[in-house]
Structures are given as C-alpha cells and as structure tokens.
Design a protein around this ligand. Structure first.
Ligand SMILES: C[S@@+](CC[C@H](N)C(=O)[O-])C[C@H]1O[C@@H](n2cnc3c(N)ncnc32)[C@H](O)[C@@H]1O
Length: 313
C-alpha cells in the first residue's frame, strides 16, 4: 500500500486537526473530508451531545477510532440498506452495496412476477449476518400476505443482530434460525421457492494479500474467508429442496464450479438453468439458478423471474 504523502497530511491539517486521523483509513484528503462530514453530521444529531465541548470530544473519539481502522459503520452504529436502516455491531459483517444492489433488484422482480398478493412464497436466507437480505425482501414484499422468510446464521452475534434489526425496522414474522449450514443444515419442511445466500467467499490468499486493513482487523473472519464449501453444499444438500437460488460470488470460478457440476451431471443438467449477474462495477457478483420446469406447485415462472437478470448459461 503506498505511503501517505506529507503534503496530504499538511492539507488535512489546514482544514482541521482531526482530519489527519482519518487519513490512514481513508487514504485521500477528499475521502477524509467526506467521512469527517458524515461523522460530524451524525454525531451532531444526537441529543445527548448537547454542548460544543461534548460534541467536539465525541467527534475526536470517533476520528481516533477511525485512526485505528475501525470501520465507520461500527463507529456510527448503522448503515442504510435499501429501505432499511440496519444496526451494525462488531462481530457481524457490515452489509455491502453489491449485496444491496442485487437483493433490491430481486425484490423488485419478485413483486413484478408474482401473480397476486396472495401468492405463497417460501424464501430462505442462509448466512444471514445482519439479516440485510432477508429483512429487505420481507420489507419490500410486505404487500404479499403469504411470504414465509427464514434467516439463518451460525453466529450468535449475527442471530441477535438480526432480531435487533427486525425490531429497529418494525419487521415481524421472519423466522430466525441458529444453525451450521455446512455440518448440520436444518430441514426446511417444505419446498423452498427462492434460496438466497451471501456466503464467506474470499480465498485465504486474497484475504492476506488484497483485503483492506480495516476489514482484516475489525470484521469477522468467519464471515469473510471461504473456498468452495458453500457452493458444494448448495449442489449436494440444497438443490433437491429448492426451486431457485441466488448466491453471491467473489469471482467467476465459484460460478463455474456450480455450473460445471450441473452440466456434467446428466440428471441435474436437464433440470437446472444457471446464470451469472454482474454488479454495477462490471464484476461477476451473483450466481443464480432455477428449475427449467418448476417442481410440483411452484409459485413462479422462474424463467420470467430471472429473465435478463444476468448472462444465462
Ligand atoms: C459474507 S457474510 C454475509 C452476511 C450477510 N448476508 C450480508 O450479506 O451482509 C457470511 C455469513 O455467514 C455466516 N456463516 C459462516 N459460516 C457459516 C455456517 N457454517 N453456517 C451458517 N452460517 C455461516 C457468518 O456468520 C456470516 O454472518
């Protein structure tokens, strides 16, 4: 990582003396300025910081935490995610814009393709973290009376945060399950219409070489580092129990892994279509799949639900 130039430090000092505390994590004067504004705006809206001295002290402490590379969302305590305001706590992954982008589009597509608001839907969100995907889908599909959403995670901190985020956003009726999806996956009881999942997918190597210091030090490794095990688990455990899936990916190899397993298996190959959706930066971000002919009483015409969602194989 390039060193921060003395001229950047001087530029920060000219604006105010707290700004240079933000420079190591923000890297540029412009970004430091922006974060300083966010911190100041957020803290000045807090009722208990009602004197200049208290507010200044709080801003200084926040900048000092940022100097130690604590992510801004953990300092300020929340993060918008579509129509939700999500509480962020150390020990649980901060929701990312890439995830927000595809989950929001998925919600929109479900609304558009549902036949009426009595349509029954069973949706499971594995590796739910803060609950961002499950809760966004619940919020965006509130017009549907029979949407049955389950959020699942192995981490107790995540389970508590999902419940907290439900309360914070006035969301009811999402089932929250604590389980290890790899070693002891629960039985869904009925066919799942849409299985969504943002699993840990950063390889050990990329984690060491490419992940930012702030993420490495402060976000949970359990949420980040993974190889192909969750995609393998999709193929081996979940495919027979679901009608469609949407899995976030970190690189195209993870999509190819699932895609190849499907096309090389004569039975799976006749049943499943898969595709890859890119994010706004053009990176492969989502692997999706659906049964070509649905199974039993399926809720959707899946080829319409995923029509033009991304490149289809
Ligand atoms: C990449 S994070 C995704 C969190 C959230 N869905 C999001 O998009 O921000 C992965 C999540 O998987 C959970 N996890 C890791 N291993 C798991 C396992 N074996 N079973 C269930 N959840 C697991 C972690 O606790 C973490 O919350």
């Amino acid at each position: 990582m390039p060193r921060i130039s003395p001229s950047s430090v001087r530029a920060c000092n000219r604006v105010n003396r707290f700004l240079r505390l933000l420079l190591p994590a923000c890297r540029t004067v412009e970004r430091s300025n922006l974060e300083f504004k966010w911190i100041s705006n957020e803290l000045s809206s807090l009722e208990h910081l009602n004197t200049n001295r208290k507010l200044r002290e709080a801003i200084y402490n926040a900048c000092l935490q940022r100097f130690r590379y604590l992510p801004l969302q953990y300092i300020l305590g929340s993060q918008p995610f579509g129509s939700l305001e999500l509480v962020c706590r150390k020990g649980v992954l901060i929701p990312r814009w890439e995830t927000e982008e595809w989950s929001y589009e998925l919600a929109h597509r479900i609304r558009k393709n549902a036949t009426n608001n009595k349509q029954k839907m069973v949706i499971w969100d594995l590796c739910s973290g803060s609950g961002c995907i499950a809760l966004l889908l619940k919020q965006e599909l509130q017009a549907f009376k029979d949407v049955n959403i389950t959020a699942l995670d192995i981490s107790q901190k995540a389970i508590s945060l999902i419940k907290r985020n439900m309360a914070r956003n006035g969301i009811k009726d999402v089932s929250v399950i604590s389980a290890d999806v790899l070693h002891n996956p629960p039985n869904p009881g009925s066919m799942i219409d849409i299985l969504v999942c943002n699993p840990p997918y950063i390889s050990e190597d990329s984690f060491v070489k490419e992940t930012s210091r702030s993420v490495k030090i402060h976000e949970p490794r359990l949420a980040l580092v993974g190889d192909k095990e969750f995609y393998q688990n999709l193929i081996e455990h979940w495919l027979p129990k679901i009608n469609s899936f949407v899995y976030e990916i970190g690189d195209i190899n993870q999509a190819d892994f699932v895609h190849n397993a499907i096309i090389n298996d004569t039975e799976l190959n006749t049943v499943w279509s898969t595709g890859v959706k890119r994010d706004a930066n053009g990176n492969p971000r989502v692997l999706y799949g659906f049964r070509k002919n649905g199974k039993n009483n399926t809720s959707f015409k899946y080829h319409e639900l995923f029509d033009n969602f991304g490149k289809l194989n």
